[in-house]
Design a protein around this ligand. Structure first.
Ligand SMILES: Cc1cc2nc3c(=O)[nH]c(=O)nc-3n(C[C@H](O)[C@H](O)[C@H](O)COP(=O)(O)OP(=O)(O)OC[C@H]3O[C@@H](n4cnc5c(N)ncnc54)[C@H](O)[C@@H]3O)c2cc1C
Length: 464
């Protein structure tokens, strides 16, 4: 009897999962395996929000597999011991995986490949994590790697797509006992209004988005209030939904094109990480010299949403409360941390990684470097130096987003909402918001900070 292992990692779905489909097609029985890796669930980049979402996604995957006649086998511990044991019991023919591109995954797969070679097990890898199959195909005319998004997109959009992979009709799984599921969940740091994981929920969310909000996506996706974006990022991170499947439902309308461009950003940052894995350093090397600050009081005020800039505070509190933050708010708080406070972007990257349910090495690192003006897709620093007041006027003009997440500003009139500190003491009393008591004074002056930061960048540009 030919036995294969389908080793699920960040591809926790049955629909359009080519590795899973092929494992079933090419074997008499399949062991659908998930290995709980303590490096991910307890390591320095782990997150209770993501662990909870992962757990829900595993339970949902198990349900789907049971509907097909199988079940998910969950093991904890060392990859080598787990595969040696399975091979001893079942004489495994092949292990199927979906390719992944972080350094962590690439190293893990190199290790697995050499282990399987020793055990005489075939290693079969398939696309499925990204919208396109093969990042290596996307090269400039001179065969080098793209560093700017738009030309990458122009090439990416024309890459031939594979067919969507169907759900197998039935699977046969041998009877194996599961290890106890041991995923660290720190109840104190789980956001109270977190999205729920799993493929079933991903598909529901996708349908809702397509029915209600896709048609106006280009006009609305920057509006901070009203949930006008897809909110599929965590499902995409864990592979509960396939980006290619999402793309297959888009048409050629402007709204669909605009949404397709977002999916492309995801492929772009995976591409950058694959070809430039040294992601802990500024991609533009001249900026390694930037004299970042590490002021704990400022960092804490930012993390807690207590900066005195309501639009920044609303974003940071959305993150704490829901484990997710609107992209526009991520840009605003990212610019604020790195440009207004001049704090090292890695501080922001690491806090986001701890909190975000969609926290994803490539997307997070790529975006932090982008908004700090030190990464790929370069632009002059002033272009990505966002003014919190004008961002609020543009993207939260009636302050509904602010008032949802910063309730102490509920009674403050719109004219004072971007800077409640401009109210007289009498007004502060009238509108139930005493500055320094109910809501903090601004921790930095935007125009002064802007001048200082632009000068520092300009000095470094002159030297290089
Ligand atoms: C500082 C900063 C940090 C970020 N960290 C992450 C992260 O850890 N994980 C993450 O998935 N996204 C990250 N993003 C990108 C973006 O904010 C989220 O993908 C988006 O807000 C998710 O919401 P959505 O699914 O409703 O997006 P939609 O607008 O509906 O977009 C659809 C999908 O496209 C992809 N996408 C959209 N914008 C981007 C982008 N700028 N970069 C890469 N992919 C994108 C996402 O997979 C998203 O789910 C970050 C952005 C910034 C500015």
């Amino acid at each position: 009897m030919k036995t294969s292992v389908m080793w699920f990692r960040n591809d926790l779905r049955v629909l359009d999962n080519p590795a899973f489909f092929e494992s079933v097609e090419n074997s008499d029985q399949v062991i659908p395996l998930y290995i709980i890796d303590a490096n991910l669930t307890q390591g320095k980049n782990s997150s209770s929000n993501r662990n909870k979402f992962l757990l829900e996604s595993l339970l949902d995957l198990d349900k789907s597999l049971r509907d097909l006649g199988g079940k998910l086998i969950i093991k904890s511990g060392n990859i080598e011991d787990i595969f040696k044991e399975l091979d001893k019991q079942f004489n495994v023919d092949a292990v199927y995986i979906s390719e992944d591109y972080t350094q962590f995954s690439l190293k893990r797969d190199e290790f697995a490949k050499s282990l399987f070679k020793k055990l005489n097990i075939k290693f079969r890898s398939f696309p499925g994590r990204l919208t396109v199959n093969n990042l290596d195909e996307i090269k400039t005319g001179s065969e080098s790697v793209y560093k700017v998004y738009t030309p990458f997109y122009n090439n990416w959009v024309n890459v031939k797509r594979r067919d969507i992979s169907l759900i197998p009709t039935q699977i046969q799984t041998p009877n194996i006992n599961n290890d106890e599921i041991n995923i660290h969940l720190d109840q104190n740091s789980i956001s109270p209004n977190l999205q729920i994981g799993g493929e079933a929920n991903a598909l529901i969310r996708l349908n809702e988005f397509i029915e209600n909000d896709l048609k106006n996506y280009s006009e609305n996706h920057d509006n901070l209030f009203g949930n006008k974006t897809s909110k599929l990022s965590a499902y995409l991170h864990f592979g509960c939904i396939s980006p290619l499947y999402i793309e297959s439902l888009l048409d050629e309308s402007e709204a669909s094109q605009s949404f397709r461009r977002q999916l492309c950003w995801r492929d772009f940052y995976n591409y950058i990480l694959k070809f430039y894995p040294d992601s802990n350093k500024e991609f533009q090397h001249k900026y390694i010299k930037l004299p970042w600050k590490y002021d704990e009081d400022l960092i804490n005020a930012w993390k807690m949403g207590m900066t005195g800039y309501p639009i920044v505070d609303a974003g940071m509190r959305e993150l704490k409360e829901t484990g997710w933050m609107h992209n526009r708010a991520r840009l605003i708080v990212g610019s604020f941390l790195t440009k207004d406070l001049f704090i090292d972007w890695r501080v922001g990257e690491s806090y986001f990684m701890k909190m975000l349910v969609d926290g994803d090495k490539s997307n997070n690192n790529g975006n932090w470097q982008w908004i700090a003006s030190v990464g790929v897709d370069p632009a002059p620093v002033w272009r990505r130096f966002l003014n919190p007041d004008s961002q609020q006027e543009k993207f939260d003009p009636d302050a509904k987003y602010i008032k949802k997440f910063v309730p102490e500003l509920n009674d403050v009139p719109i004219d004072y909402i971007s800077n409640p500190g401009n109210m007289t003491l009498e007004q502060q009393e009238k509108y139930n918001c005493i500055i320094g008591v109910d809501y903090p004074k601004r921790i930095v002056d935007h125009s002064k900070a802007r001048k200082i930061t632009l000068d520092i960048f300009s000095e470094i540009n002159k030297m290089s």
